[in-house]
Design a protein around this ligand. Structure first.
Ligand code: SF4
Length: 415
């Protein structure tokens, strides 16, 4: 690698670190080409974790950080005097192949600032894919960003070669976008999401009739939202996420705690800590929406529009809806079982399966390795309540806090 490319790599891999939407789940594709290299597998390709706990890919780079836009929260904005660099598509393709051959990586996560114009940048991203797929015969996992405002034709042809695409929504409301990223219009973000979703649906349908139909973005699409740069509430953020999952069949909505790096009257002060616990709670709530049949509205009240930082969203839901508890383990539906704090998908399925044979007792639940530490406050088994305290939110909260203290003390015991 020559010095010039190495210098660009340093700048453009560093500039990519704030993008968290690089998880590659969901693609299983064998390489069927003669002499081709690289398979895409669903087992978390080319990602690792940075010191702050974020998931990053081993070759996670920007094509360029030379941006014509001026988003207030971004280090690469045109008015910020940072060192600029731009790869040529040939350089990115060659780097990917060199790193792949040395076993450093299994795929590529390619994002970009907007250089010259959205179409120009998107065309260069397409060119990287074209070189990888047809010049180097590389069929490993590639996730690329869609540049808001790029024309549908370029997005469409890029999608024929990419495993996953993502259009970053960045901020949850039109007002927030107007304030911090005035050159980005909500339509330039939503329209490509819609196009990708329609194309995915169309190719899946066509494939059921014609097996030779080429696939379009087989790993689906994802997006990313910055958390804490604007005063938007968790209710707004999760409401939008729910909408994106439903309307565009989004695989994932990633949340990225805003790291204050820029001084601006429209942004939190530089000394503000990134809201990492808030980000964690949003991921927990997102999980409830995707796998536990929760609607985002159920996680909030008229007054409380943000997730609680002390207790997780499922416990808070149960405490606020205590009139729906305790739930009888021997009678509850699968969906009801999933609403019990402490019970997950595996436990709920096991309970449904085992109670077909015989009515379950508290002991049989324990034998089935059901974790009851939290669940006991929210269930009855054969009509009996095992929580040993009054079913009142404040009392249960106190018990749960006590459990947490004991857990922490036992960690120190081990040390
Ligand atoms: S378009 Fe992207 S790279 Fe450019 S300033 Fe906005 S967020 Fe930064």
């Amino acid at each position: 690698m020559n010095d010039n490319v190495f210098k660009k790599l340093k700048i453009l891999s560093d500039a990519a670190k704030y993008d968290v939407s690089c998880v590659s789940s969901g693609v299983e594709r064998k390489n069927n080409t003669v002499g081709g290299i690289g398979n895409a597998s669903s087992a978390g390709i080319c990602h690792t974790w940075a010191a702050d706990g974020r998931c990053i890919s081993l070759l996670k780079i920007l094509l360029t950080n030379d941006c014509i836009y001026d988003c207030s929260y971004c280090l690469n904005r045109v008015t910020n005097p940072v060192e600029r660099a731009t790869f040529t598509p040939e350089e990115v393709a060659e780097l990917t192949i060199q790193f792949y051959r040395r076993n450093y990586i299994e795929g590529l996560f390619l994002s970009s600032a907007v250089e010259k114009s959205p179409d120009n940048t998107m065309e260069n991203i397409y060119r990287v894919l074209e070189l990888l797929r047809y010049k180097y015969n590389f069929w490993g996992y590639v996730h690329v960003k869609v540049i808001p405002g790029a024309s549908p034709e370029i997005i469409q042809k890029t999608g024929m070669l990419a495993d996953r695409m993502s259009v970053n929504i960045e901020l949850p409301t039109r007002e927030s976008l107007r304030m911090l990223a005035p050159q980005k219009k909500i339509e330039s973000i939503i329209n490509p999401m819609s196009l990708i979703n329609n194309e995915i649906t169309r190719t899946i349908e066509d494939k059921s009739h014609f097996t030779s139909t080429p696939r379009f973005v087989p790993g689906g699409q994802s997006t990313q939202m910055i958390i804490g740069a604007t005063p938007d509430s968790d209710k707004t953020i999760l409401g939008l996420s729910q909408n994106l999952y439903e309307r565009f069949n989004m695989k994932r909505v990633f949340f990225s705690a805003y790291v204050p790096v820029i001084s601006s009257p429209n942004l939190p002060a530089i000394s503000t800590m990134p809201p990492l616990l808030r980000e964690h709670r949003l991921y927990q709530a997102d999980w409830l929406m995707r796998f536990y049949y929760f609607h985002s509205d159920e996680l909030f009240t008229e007054i409380e529009q943000n997730l609680d930082l002390e207790f997780d969203p499922k416990i808070m839901y149960a405490l606020r809806n205590i009139d729906k508890f305790p739930i009888e383990i021997n009678k509850a539906s699968y969906e009801e079982l999933l609403r019990i704090p402490g019970l997950g998908v595996t436990s709920a399925r096991r309970i449904i399966r085992e109670r077909k044979n015989a009515e379950l007792s508290y002991d049989s639940l324990k034998k089935m390795k059901t974790v009851l530490k939290r669940a006991k406050y929210f269930i009855t088994v054969k009509g009996r309540y095992y929580g040993n305290v009054k079913i009142e939110p404040e009392i249960i909260k106190r018990e749960l806090k006590q459990q947490e203290i004991q857990k922490q003390l036992s960690i120190f015991d081990v040390l």
